[in-house]
Design a protein around this ligand. Structure first.
Ligand code: MG
Length: 186
């Protein structure tokens, strides 16, 4: 690696996302995780569908691209996003990341919850999330056995890798004149 290589010339970015929503008392709220509905489970409180996995993935890719966070793009004060399908928000965030000259390499998620079990729908979650970002998205469930006091909700952590799009002018290892990652904190 050339000694003079700067962060703006590195063709990868890593981003981290986190989200948590509490369980709802409203029996009408349907639990949605990774774009999959759990009709028999307790739903989560949220302005959108409260899909913590999709939200954490969204923040991970936006953070990696230096494009802000989910609250800036899709404010929970906007009626436009009331009851929103969070997979659609993730798709829109992906379009913006792609527009900034990046493609998603992969996303890895850890969901912290004691209920419900994710294993039966893990493949469905993988499929929906992966289709949304155009790259593999893995989802791992982690039960706390109650020790972490997380019975009141569900959390998700996500890590995303972005790779410069092959057509992006910023891909060159020469100093990019057209770097689309303006605002990225170097
Ligand atoms: Mg959220």
């Amino acid at each position: 690696m050339p000694a003079e290589l700067t962060s703006a010339e590195i063709p990868f970015r890593v981003g981290q996302g986190f989200d948590v929503h509490p369980f709802s008392d409203d029996p009408e709220r349907v639990l949605v995780l990774g774009g999959v509905r759990f009709p028999d489970a307790t739903g989560l409180v949220g302005h959108s569908d409260a899909d913590v996995i999709a939200h954490a993935c969204t923040d991970a890719i936006l953070g990696a691209a230096g494009l802000g966070d989910i609250g800036q793009l899709f404010p929970d004060t906007s009626a436009d996003f009331a009851g929103a399908d969070s997979i659609e928000l993730l798709e829109e965030a992906t379009r913006r990341v792609n527009g900034a000259g990046w493609v998603v390499g992969n996303v890895d998620c850890t969901v912290i919850l004691d209920r419900p079990k994710l294993a039966p729908v893990r493949q469905q979650m993988h499929d929906r999330l992966s289709a949304a970002v155009g790259a593999p998205v893995s989802v791992k469930g982690k039960r706390t056995e109650g020790v972490a006091g997380l019975g009141g909700g569900i959390q998700c952590h996500a890590v995303a890798l972005l790779v410069r799009a092959p057509s992006s002018p910023a891909r060159s290892l020469a100093a990019p004149e057209n770097d689309t990652t303006e605002g990225f904190p170097s």
